[in-house]
Design a protein around this ligand. Structure first.
Ligand code: HAM
Length: 414
């Protein structure tokens, strides 16, 4: 029976078949982060609007077009978080984490919200997982961050992944470069799209992202920042590359790489996957050495990334996983109901996945259900207190003592 309500535009429900793949992904990420010493944190789903305006940047698409902003009953302007880096930096400052041993290495996963035009791989509520390494400008931290995302995508088996790497230079170098870029854009104003023309002063870097033919032509001769890096910026970028080379991570330098958030400095990177079509970026990030100061804190260099959970799952395009259970405890007689529950609990405590019938089915119905949920074995409790263990694959059945049930269940497995 269809309900008259549907999930809001640009959102989706995660159904059990998809939930299993999702949990596996989150589990793999959590294990990789834990092994590298990144501690899990969580921040609220909404924040002061101003945090994103200042943090992400007034002229970005996210701030100008995509925020879900509302006023609370006290007249405060709040926004559903469109990204996680500014909130984590806010928490870092609010809780005095700058006084801890640096860097502070954090990881997170959760829902984010952007009012974008929905399409495959682009939603209004989506999920990211990511890391932030705050309080070091060492190129080792950039390389470690990139290596962890590479490892995650590799371990999950995401096909056709490419790493694009760029550098925006330090804040100062970037400022100088932006003046040069603006001059180039102004010199070719007539050939630019209206959108790019109107934002020459506000956000000239986004011209590199334009689909407009005229703009693309202008950008082929535009100065690139990678070509203008100087001094420590050059050394920093060279060291990040050397570390990636040493780790055997392939990348392509993309001098036109830009990102949709204003806070980046020096290293930026993007992992793309051909299989994804238009929304091809599975994850990306970079260094943001000026953000914490921008939010009112001390100068604090940092680097991190976020990956889109839905995009990774789309790229994997796996068959939906079917369920599996170690055991199902069936009863041939109602009198065995409590014992069945107790034995199921015992199996679960021993670390096995086990279910008992909650639907009041007869024995035949229970066996059918056990098959449906992928139970490998069914323990059948007979009316006289005896028990049978049936292997669902071979159909073999033998009498067992429930007194040493765990042994009976695990004994045959190597
Ligand atoms: P971002 O590039 O805006 O970066 O988002 C990171 C990832 O989130 C993207 O690569 C994409 O996979 C996914 N994503 C973004 N928007 C959507 C959407 N509408 N629907 C589905 N997936 C989406 C950040 O958010 C930065 N905070 C990353 C970062 C962390 N930089 C430094 N630290």
């Amino acid at each position: 029976m269809a309900s008259k309500y549907q999930a809001p535009r640009g959102t989706f429900d995660v159904l059990p078949e998809q939930g299993r793949a999702r949990s596996r992904l989150e589990g793999a990420a959590a294990a990789i982060f834990a092994r590298a010493g990144y501690e899990p944190v969580a921040t609220p789903s909404f924040e002061d609007t101003d945090l994103f305006v200042r943090g992400v940047g007034r002229s970005t698409d996210i701030v100008t077009k995509e925020m879900f902003t509302f006023e609370d009953k006290g007249g405060r302007s709040l926004t559903l978080r469109p990204e996680g880096t500014a909130p984590i930096c806010r928490a870092y400052l609010e809780h005095g984490m700058h006084k801890l041993a640096q860097p502070v290495k954090l990881c997170y996963a959760g829902p984010f919200f952007r009012h974008e035009r929905p399409q495959a791989g682009r939603y209004r509520q989506f999920h990211q997982l990511g890391i932030e390494c705050i309080g070091t400008d060492s190129p080792l931290a950039d390389a470690e961050a990139i290596m962890l995302l590479s490892e995650l995508l590799g371990e999950l088996g995401v096909p056709g992944v490419q790493l694009r790497l760029g550098s925006l230079g330090s804040l100062e170098a970037r400022r100088e470069y932006l003046e040069e870029l603006k001059a180039h854009l102004r010199a070719h104003e007539g050939e630019l799209s209206k959108e790019v023309r109107e934002r020459i002063d506000l956000n000239p870097l986004r011209a590199f992202d334009s689909d407009d033919e005229g703009t693309r032509g202008v950008m082929t001769t535009a100065p690139t920042i990678v070509g203008r890096l100087a001094g420590e910026d050059v050394e920093h970028f060279a060291e990040v590359r050397a570390l990636l080379d040493a780790a055997g991570i392939a990348y392509e330098i993309d001098p036109t790489l830009v990102r949709g958030l204003d806070y980046y400095t020096r290293t930026i990177f993007s992992f793309v996957c051909d299989a994804l079509g238009a929304q091809s970026e599975v994850g990306g990030g970079g260094r943001y050495d000026g953000l914490i100061e921008q939010l009112g804190g001390p100068p604090t260099p940092a680097v991190g990334w976020a990956a889109g959970i839905e995009r990774i799952l789309l790229a994997l395009d796996e068959e939906e996983e079917s369920a599996e259970r170690d055991a199902f405890v069936a009863i041939a007689d109602e009198g065995q109901r409590r014992r069945a529950m107790a034995l199921t609990t015992e199996l679960r405590r021993a670390g096995l996945s086990a279910e008992v019938d909650l639907g009041g089915r007869g024995l035949k119905g229970q066996l059918k259900h056990a098959d449906r949920i992928g139970a490998r074995r069914v323990l059948i409790l007979e009316a006289d207190g005896s028990a049978q263990l049936r292997d669902m694959q071979s159909g073999e059945q033998r009498a067992v003592h429930t007194g040493n049930l765990i042994e009976e269940m695990t004994g045959g497995d190597s």
